[in-house]
Design a protein around this ligand. Sequence first.
Ligand code: NAD
Length: 368
Amino acid sequence: MDNKIRVFATCDIGEAIDLLRKRGYEVEVYPRPEAPPKSLIIDKVGSGIDGLITTLRDPIDAEVFEAGKGTLKVVAQIAVGFDNINRADANRYKIPFTHTADVLTEATAEFAFFMMGALARKMWTAEHLTRDNQWGYWHPYLPFLGDEVTGKTLAVIGTGRIGLAMIKKSVGFDMNVLCYDPAYENQAFVRTIQEVNELRHSRGLSKEKVSIRYVPFEEALDGADFVSVHVPLLRAEDSATPTYHLFNEKTLRLMRPTAYLINTSRGPVVDEKALARALRENWIAGAALDVYEKEPLPSDSPLRDPAIADRCRLFPHFASAARITRLSTDPDKGMAGRCAQGLIDVLEGNYGGDVAQMPYVVNKEAFK
Ligand code: NAD
């Protein structure tokens, strides 16, 4: 038996696979576009692979780690979110797992921003009008109008990497911003944005003075025209401030009837049944979603109700789906490159073999 490093990837991550092969790794890639069954992942891990490349579609828990006992050294996830990986199990088995934070921040935030615009300005409905030959006249308000984004108030729920990038993009649209984050308030960032806002106003680039501040959750929902969600999926057992069903009947009712919800975080952060009802009964003006409680979105989802189609935009977990962001082999630019580098760091013992020093490892606490 040779001593080649062996890796199994549950999906193709493009040229980054060649990069690993050029280093002498033996890499097997699951050839189909959908996720492999968990039993196959367990078989591959049980066959003695050193590294496993995963996506958010693969459930990684004690069963997988047990199969890799003594051989599996790293799980490299191509995503920033890692709610599919059981962190406590990884720690118990002392398996580091890596993710691809930062490189998808701007792409995800810009997609959230574009979703917000497409929803509020009714771009999908307007294009349908044209394509379906229903555009019969120009009229001041018929057949419908949209709402402007410029000058409105944006609530950013979760001011981590993507939430802050969303705020940066809102500056050019003269938006007031209400921030909410129970874990950390980045007041230095808020001051910087305020300085930029003041400069724009004093130099005549924006007509109205705008503001940015941290507020409690309820105040953010109550005061916003747009609510954009940028939290990790945290269940009650993971956090004192869980995000599972953070948006439910009670909290959706706190939003204004003219307000819009944008979710690019994780599907289970929003109770979809409650949201469908909120849209049907006009508690809120609309929602744009990139992520769902179950993915792909089931054909019988209440979100597909034709009665709400004009105010409910649905995207296929697409926010990071841009060419460079997804596939660049440069670990400072692409998820594929960062995923491969995370794997290499662990398997080749970079950083003096100190896992706690490796930048893309998530569960450092298990190695300190
Ligand atoms: P991050 O860890 O930098 O930021 C998350 C922020 O949420 C943190 O500041 C945290 O304190 C805050 N938070 C935690 N609990 C909260 C709560 N109860 N209420 C409000 N805020 C809370 O993560 P990030 O890089 O900004 O990514 C955020 C999430 O976006 C990821 O976890 C992932 O699930 C999702 N994501 C989706 C896509 C997509 O394609 N749709 C792409 C990238 C990321």
